[in-house]
Ligand binder design. Structure first.
Ligand code: UFG
Length: 352
């Protein structure tokens, strides 16, 4: 049974990926500092899969702690790296924290991996690297645009770090330089807008304080925690005037991570590649609200407000490359996404 380290495995996408890995027979070790999650996630993963993953509470931006953790788990076969801060707005007010945490952690993890024999690495990137693209849908060849936030910038810089690392190995090999172990195998996965929750309603998105993102804002408004959802702008050049995004079910995303990891291990893959992970279809904010109202039967309190700074009008993925090479395609519908998000919110309410 192969062993996979999942950093940030108690978070939203991380926890769903841990479930998928365990259900495929992998042994999982989570490294998480619990800065934006709770250890109860591990219990709930155990309830879904029948086996609690190992959780090590470690701040990966602390170099000594990171190296110590990886030394203990030097027999891992792959690393899936989710651990990062992810609030776009917060990154504008705390840029140093974002650069230190997101880039620093990546450097520490890669350093630690260089000291082991593990070279298989999956990176959590974002479609934010494309900004507002000139042509839709975006393929992996679509040029990256200057980031709109420190958060977005960390994703771009991290991708550059990974590309430079892979390139340095090639150069080193060319000169006959000796590297400890095999070549790097790195995939950067560019997520579009992950929403939804596991059908068990035992794990899902758990925002800290007032949510920034649309789906948790909708479910918290429906649950009466927030009085009103503000729809940020209806004057965009889109069919109904509200922004369009490629929403993807978090369980589809989790499946993609396992396929990505297996692709690198099974196909003689070397170097680095990027994949868009989306459904290939965009929905407007009003369409997401419409889906939520339809599947739950709840009338949502919302009003049209002004545009939010930094928002783009529309983006959706060409996810054909992931289908061709990874054999992965998003299967779940928008209605499944909004209903599962609501079931998760309802389950949270029961515990209060
Ligand atoms: N929205 C509202 N009201 C809200 C929250 C969001 O109308 O209260 C709208 C936004 O204006 C946007 C859409 O809902 O049009 C989606 O917004 P989210 O905040 O859910 O998602 P974003 O597309 O802004 O951001 C997401 C991730 C980022 C990632 C980015 C890439 O949160 O981490 O996609 O584009 F960088």
């Amino acid at each position: 049974m192969k062993k996979v380290i999942v950093t940030g495995g108690c978070g939203f996408i991380g926890s769903h990926t841990v479930v998928e890995l365990q259900q495929k027979g992998y042994t999982v070790v989570i490294a998480d500092d619990l800065s934006n999650s709770t250890p109860s996630v591990v219990e709930n993963i155990g309830r879904i899969t029948g086996e609690k993953p190992i959780l090590e509470i470690v701040d990966l931006s602390d170099r000594t702690a990171c190296l110590r953790f990886f030394k203990v788990h030097s027999d891992a076969d792959a690393v899936i790296h989710f651990a990062a801060a992810k609030a776009v707005g917060e990154s504008v007010s705390k840029p140093l924290h974002y650069y230190r945490n997101n880039i620093g952690s990546l450097l520490n993890v890669l350093d630690a991996m260089e000291r082991s024999s593990c070279r298989t690495f999956v990176f959590s990137s974002s479609c934010t690297v494309y900004g507002q693209p000139d042509h839709l849908p975006v393929t992996e060849q679509t040029p990256r645009k200057p980031a709109c936030s420190p958060y977005g910038n960390t994703k771009q810089v991290c991708e550059d770090v990974l590309a430079d690392l892979v390139a340095s190995c090639r150069t080193d090999k060319g000169k006959g330089g000796a590297l400890s172990g095999a070549s790097w195998k790195i995939l950067s996965l560019r997520y579009f807008n992950p929403i939804g929750a596991h059908p068990s309603a035992l794990i899902g998105e758990l925002p800290n304080g007032e949510p920034n993102n649309l789906m948790p804002y909708i479910t918290q408004t429906a649950a009466g925690i927030r009085p009103l959802l503000k729809v940020f702008g209806n004057d965009y050049p889109t069919p109904d005037g509200t922004p369009v995004r490629d929403y993807i079910h978090v369980c589809d995303l989790a499946e993609a991570h396992v396929k990505a990891m297996e692709y690198m291990q099974e196909n003689g893959f070397e170097g680095m590649d990027c994949f868009n992970l989306g459904t290939g279809r965009g929905y407007s904010v009003l369409e997401v609200i419409g889906s939520f109202e339809r599947v739950t039967g709840i009338k949502l309190a919302y009003e049209i407000a002004g545009r939010r700074d930094g928002d783009i009008a529309q983006i959706w993925a060409d996810a054909g490359k992931a289908e061709r090479l990874l054999g992965w395609k998003a299967r779940r519908t928008l209605d499944e996404m909004t209903l599962s998000a609501w079931k998760w919110q309802e389950n949270l309410q029961k515990k209060i």
